[in-house]
Write a protein that binds this ligand. Sequence first.
Ligand SMILES: Nc1ncnc2c1ncn2[C@@H]1O[C@H](COP(=O)(O)OP(=O)(O)OP(=O)(O)O)[C@@H](O)[C@H]1O
Ligand code: SF4
Ligand SMILES: [Mg+2]
Length: 331
Amino acid sequence: MGPLVEYRDLALTIGDVPILRGVSFDVAAGEAVGLVGESGSGKSMTLRALARLLPDNASTTGEALFDGTDALALSRGRLRSHRRGLGMVFQDPRAAINPMHPVESFLVERARDTGSDLGAARTSAVTMLRRMGIHDPERRMAQYPFELSGGLLQRVMIASVLMERPRLLLADEPTTALDVTTQSDVLALAGDLRREAGTAMLLVTHDLDLAGAVCDRIVVMYGGQVLETASATDIASRPVHPYTRGLLASRPPLTRRLDTIPVVPGTPVSASATGPGCPFASRCPVAVERCATELPEERLIAGSRVRCHRAEEVVAGVLDAELPLREEEVR
Ligand SMILES: Nc1ncnc2c1ncn2[C@@H]1O[C@H](COP(=O)(O)OP(=O)(O)OP(=O)(O)O)[C@@H](O)[C@H]1O
Ligand code: SF4
Ligand SMILES: [Mg+2]
């Protein structure tokens, strides 16, 4: 059996602007994969390609397969049923819930789609809300969306999607609007339900710590390309790509509050502004001449799939003095 999700050399342009290039990675059944990178790196477009939720003037080459079917090659009619196998959660739950009906009608409708009768649908909705950390779910069900905070509504949204036990959950910054401690709580509760149902997840976030806490594997994107793919543990403990090192080092320290959050020095480049070489070359502290002209091949090094000409030197530790380290690691 192949992977549940498979991106094969996906390239995407909008109009004539390149947005994604050579995107290849997969998600196994039941696995949680985090798609991480700075703003504009192409995370959302990559996720949306799987459901072909793309701008009208987008064109693609390569494949975005879910369960062996390429969403980018389907007729409109078949695309609709293809999307039904996917659960989707986006940043703004209000855009996805009808404001004119109480929360209950939204949830019960979803539960009935799975073939439950009204009583069973109601019971299962109440159970799911409770498991998503919502107190007094019966009262909440009778309320209208405007009466619920964004955070509560997002819990409702996630409960409703997981209630259908999809094989894959596509989640694009689902908790970014919530405060930091709530974000990890909500994702942890969703993770329990997801694992019980055997639902895989593709989670888009710019927050490497959050992705590391709830995902099995991490895919790091920059300038419309995948630069590193590795297990969440390896990314946190021994990242190979200089960009991943920069992202890790730029997280705010856990031990002390900062007035400003440090960032990877320089400004992210979009896929259209990258030259023929490594997309990170203009910001990389260890770039050498060939980096600007030669695109690094993806190679498997120390357990990471990585695109960097100097990956072996990073692993050997010889570039440590030039590469950023996280504050806690500096002694
Ligand atoms: N409808 C559109 N028309 C033209 N360009 C677009 C459109 N949507 C996105 N882009 C461009 O595509 C690139 C990738 O966008 P994408 O939304 O995938 O980035 P992202 O990694 O999700 O960023 P963010 O963290 O800000 O959500 C960006 O440079 C963006 O400006
Ligand atoms: S290929 Fe060169 S520019 Fe790109 S990350 Fe590696 S060392 Fe830096
Ligand atoms: Mg996005």
